[in-house]
Write a protein that binds this ligand. Structure first.
Ligand SMILES: [Zn+2]
Length: 344
């Protein structure tokens, strides 16, 4: 089959690899119908050291079950399913606590001998705990929105949940990528009335307004912080959803959080050292966030998509074939595309 591999910064290729096969009775094989490129795929696209072997890519996909192992009971051949960006048993103590990304038996795509979603097919370990059946046909117009259950919608939702967003909280979202825009949508869905979106790309922040942003701040750094404070009577907001992952975004979060508030990070941090001294301690700021246990959120978020209450699939502004995946990375890297949908 064909699959996307990265061999180093800026070096993405679609290559021939052996077809995946069932290896455990708990596995399922999924033929990918839709997958996509993630903002977090751009981190290795910028910094991955060159390797001869390369690594498979993609962690967001939905598709059709082609074959299910003998121990799989929740999905069967022909089912349309979505996979979260991590696989898990969904039964261990961490999973029952809603922290599936820490599953005792789980893991992440593109590691431990498991391939990636940017391919024609994927072997899914622990299929009962990982895959969720979608009550739609494989050509449903809702597929793009349902694909966001794999990662970006669940990640935006996680950012808002971790920050305690509710109708009484004011919110700042940092970042106008797909996760930032869906963090806006999630904050709105949880009832927040004031949602300030910090982002510089007008077409993106316009979509953010449609998703529920009440204010947009295009400035960054001290200027951006001053603007947010102006909009909040000098206080900053209760919740700050940091959806970028670079150090300046964390600095911005510190600058706009209200005393007693929460900074929730879902952008994968590209730094290890950051200020956590008096500027967190003095105003009683909580710092939280991490990889979203999106498996925990699929059943809650899916009905809103099926009912047409939310349309998270609007973050996809380009659709390409699997063979064009390298160009999809380029387009996202150059900010030509917000989020690229891939149809193998
Ligand atoms: Zn588990």
């Amino acid at each position: 089959m064909r699959a996307t591999f990265m061999y180093g910064a800026g070096d993405v290729r679609v290559i021939d690899v052996p077809d995946p096969t069932l290896q455990q009775p708990t596995d399922a094989l999924v033929r990918v119908v839709q997958t996509c490129i993630c903002g977090s795929d751009l981190h290795p696209y910028h910094g991955m050291p060159a390797t001869a072997k390369g690594t498979s890519m993609g962690h967001e996909f939905l598709g059709i079950v082609e074959e299910a192992g003998s121990d799989v009971s929740t999905v069967k051949a022909g089912d349309v399913v979505v996979a979260p960006f991590a696989w898990q048993d969904n039964t261990c103590d961490y999973c029952r606590e809603g922290l599936q990304t820490s599953c005792r038996n789980g893991g992440f795509w593109n590691s431990s001998g498991v391939g990636g979603g940017q391919a024609e097919a994927v072997r899914v370990p622990l299929a009962d705990g990982t895959l969720v059946k979608l009550p739609v046909a494989a050509d449903s117009a809702l597929l793009a929105s349902l694909l966001t259950l794999s990662d970006v919608l669940g990640t935006g939702h996680h950012a808002a949940l971790r920050a305690g967003v509710d109708p009484r909280t004011t919110v700042t979202v940092i970042g106008d990528g797909a996760v930032g825009l869906l963090a806006v949508l999630s904050a709105k869905r949880l009832g927040a009335e004031q949602i300030i979106l910090m982002g510089r790309h007008k077409d993106r922040t316009d979509l953010g307004r449609e998703f529920g942003a009440t204010d947009v701040v295009a400035e960054r750094g001290p200027e951006g912080i001053a603007k947010v404070r102006e909009l909040t009577r000098g206080d900053g907001t209760h919740a700050v959803l940091e959806c970028v992952g670079h150090l300046p975004a964390y600095g911005q979060a510190l600058g706009v959080v209200r005393p007693g508030g929460t900074i929730s990070r879902v952008g994968v941090p590209q730094y290890d050292d950051a200020h956590i001294g008096w500027n967190l301690f003095g105003p009683n700021i909580t710092l939280t966030g991490g990889p979203a246990p999106v498996r925990n959120y699929i059943e809650e978020l899916m009905p809103d998509i099926l009912d047409g209450k939310i349309e998270p699939g609007r973050v996809f502004d380009r659709t390409i074939s699997l063979e064009d995946t390298p160009d999809g990375y380029r387009a996202m890297d150059q900010r030509e595309a917000l989020k690229v949908l891939v149809q193998p």
